[in-house]
Ligand binder design. Structure first.
Ligand code: ATP
Ligand code: MG
Length: 195
């Protein structure tokens, strides 16, 4: 499952759990993105913080793990590279690439999208307020509605910046991690970060 995870929240975890159940997956590997080209207009927290919050959030689930492939690869993250790296680490695995329907739409409109075919089955999950789009690629792409969790990382960051709680929106350990390192507290309207 690919994402920025800035921070990881219960919407991500429910989505992973639902897709794993639906497709009978043995494992979900969370892959925090490197320098996210999809979000180039916004600042994103340092990869190490996003990676560690993802580790904290998934530690209790024996079927969840976290991969550093995207954060350790220099340059922008391309899904084809992510899938190649994960496949090298798990040569016998049948890969499913899970992400939100919004991110999936961007990946599917990428000019070199044909490079992705055969590398994985693609699962786009939806959340409230994001319509499922028909990409016209039915064989390679599945779209799945996730039980309504109106949580986004943007909202979590805004809440921390405004001094509001994020308890129960993100796992307890992630609340504590955010507090320990003072993440998002300096965020303001123009998204300036001081890390
Ligand atoms: P941001 O607000 O910073 O964009 P986000 O909440 O969308 O963050 P990402 O790290 O971008 O989090 O999420 C990875 C993928 O998970 C995205 O493609 C997103 O659509 C999906 N996702 C996020 N929140 C939910 C949710 N509550 N339910 C289902 N899918 C979600
Ligand atoms: Mg998003």
């Amino acid at each position: 499952m690919g994402g920025t995870f800035d921070p990881i929240h219960h919407g991500h975890l429910v989505a992973a759990s639902e897709v794993a159940a639906e497709f009978d997956l043995d494992e979900v590997v969370f892959v925090p993105t490197g320098q996210p080209w999809q979000k180039s207009d916004k600042d994103v927290s340092p990869a190490e913080h996003r990676y560690l919050m993802t580790v904290v959030a998934t530690a209790s689930n024996p079927r969840f793990s976290v991969s550093r492939v995207d954060i350790d690869r220099p340059g922008p993250t391309y899904t084809a590279d992510t899938l190649d790296d994960i496949q090298k680490l798990r040569p016998d695995a049948d890969l499913f690439f899970i992400t939100g329907a919004d991110a999936m739409e961007q990946i599917m409109t990428w000019k070199n999208v044909e490079q992705l075919w055969g590398k994985a089955h693609f699962v786009g999950v939806s959340r409230p307020g994001h319509e499922l789009t028909d990409f016209g690629l039915a064989d390679e792409v599945s779209l799945m509605q996730i039980p309504a969790m109106a949580i986004s990382s943007t909202d979590c960051r805004d809440r921390v910046a405004a001094g509001k709680p994020v308890w129960y929106l993100v796992p307890d350990g992630v609340v504590q991690y955010i507090g320990k390192y003072g993440l998002y507290v300096d965020d303001n309207g123009d998204k300036t970060r001081h890390n």
